[in-house]
Design a protein around this ligand. Sequence first.
Ligand code: FES
Length: 216
Amino acid sequence: MTLTSTTRVELQQLAAQYPQPRSALLPMLHLVQSVEGEVTAEGITACAEVLGITAAEATAVATFYTMYKRDAVAKHHIGVCTNTLCGLLGGDAVYDALSARLGVGHNQVNADGFMLERIECQAACTHAPVMTVDWEFMDDVTPGTAVAVVDALSRGEQVQATRGPVIRSFVATEHTLAFPLDGLAAADNSVDDKMLAGLRVAQERNMSAPSIPQEH
Ligand code: FES
């Protein structure tokens, strides 16, 4: 997809937000991904031109971080955490069920525009096994509930993330990652008892973090 003049203006806006413009490269790559569903050579060139860096420098960043995709995610990105805790509690079985349902393996996109990916720990182990849809959390999933989420999305039904907003689309989330002040960060924010268990124990035992050594 060709980047529009609107996107090029937004790239300039992002670059202008930082004292060092090249600091904007990460949100800029999310922005081009929000238009293209992936980071294409055209997107990399556009970012490099705005920042006055080489395409090779922009490519080095785009290919280092796994959130930047080289195959277009037309509809939804499905992530399944298979790290230690999620794996032990059923993450691998969830991944296998979704792989069979979607007909693709790791980092592949099916004909309906769904990408499946084994993802690393999302710091959400309290509710393992965890699945993400367009980077929104679906907690405590089972093979059955995970497949049911994909089925509902495929039928065009509304799906609510366990914590966070209604699932939109991969490209909509990518635009939020470029411009995060859209009010969605606090949408349906759910902090539950399990998440606060460690804090509660620390308070009961009068525990506190060690002080930070002062620099001389
Ligand atoms: S191991 Fe899956 S969220 Fe931490």
